[in-house]
Design a protein around this ligand. Structure first.
Ligand code: SF4
Ligand code: F3S
Ligand code: FES
Length: 256
């Protein structure tokens, strides 16, 4: 069901001489588990500056038009990974997406919850299955031998091997854009594989064989069909598909 625009609002009044505000229609997929059997589109009319972020638009709607709107956000600076959502059909972080990049003046922005995880309310999904996969790869440093008296040396070249994977902020943009994950939730998914990569290619860690064993199970890397959606969705520009291929090679031939 599409509801008529409820009211007009603007993110912030533009002082004279600054960039004019744009009129926007924001279509949000809303879901109230106490009333709805499935999600329904609701439209909001709002004014925003081109450089406002989608999270600013959502905050404005929540604070001034629709206090019951539910969505996650925390740092609002691309660090915590909590505001992943489907914006104009693509997974993005609302706090890293500028209005000017997703809407023209008078245009529409569509916002839906990320796919493949149970929707609890509006844009809020249950992240437990995602974090269960994360926990399954043992996402912590394991070192059984006595630690050296001084620092545990890691060469620049060795640090480089895990440079991409250690940038992950666990936002779930990748896993919830993967068609294999949509049809088979038992697939650990690209985010968990990126996290496994981070430890498998950490030369100081001593649980490589255990993690490669987890990756070799039928829920692991072999489920990936190189769809590349994950790489395109990652807000940290991590070359996820390439890292998955590196893990596949490590499973077959051992860690390089
Ligand atoms: Fe998010 Fe990228 Fe990490 Fe996936 S790999 S969880 S998209 S930061
Ligand atoms: Fe899925 Fe990414 Fe592989 S989208 S199929 S995990 S390349
Ligand atoms: Fe923290 Fe967007 S709110 S990454």
């Amino acid at each position: 069901m599409t509801q008529a625009p409820t009211a007009h609002s603007s993110v912030a009044p533009a002082p004279a001489g600054t960039v004019p505000l744009m009129n926007l229609k924001v279509k949000i997929m809303r879901f109230d588990p106490e009333k709805d059997k499935k999600g329904r589109w609701v439209d909001y009319s709002i004014q925003a500056a081109p450089n406002d972020r989608v999270v600013d638009v959502l905050n404005e709607i929540k604070w001034n038009l629709e206090p019951s709107l539910v969505f996650r956000r925390s740092c609002q600076h691309g660090i915590c990974g909590s505001d992943a959502m489907l914006i104009n059909g693509r997974n993005r972080l609302a706090c890293k997406t500028l209005v000017r990049d997703v809407a023209k003046a008078g245009g529409t922005i569509t916002i839906e919850p990320i796919r493949g995880l149970p929707v609890e309310r509006d844009l809020l999904v249950n992240m437990e299955p995602f974090f269960d996969s994360y926990k399954a790869i043992m996402p912590y440093f394991i070192h059984e031998d006595p630690f050296p008296a001084k620092e545990m040396y890691q060469s620049e070249a060795d640090a480089e091997k895990m440079a991409h994977s250690s940038n992950c902020i666990l936002c779930a943009c990748c896993t919830t854009s993967c068609p294999i994950f949509w049809v088979n939730g038992s697939y650990l998914g690209p985010a968990a594989i990126v996290q496994a990569h981070r430890f498998i290619f950490d030369t100081r860690d001593q649980a490589t064989q255990q993690r490669l064993g987890i990756m070799n199970q039928n829920t692991g890397v072999w489920r990936c069909r190189t769809a590349y959606n994950c790489t395109e969705a990652c807000p940290r520009e991590i070359p996820i598909t390439q890292l998955i291929e590196e893990v596949k090679r490590a499973v077959m031939f051992g860690q390089a």
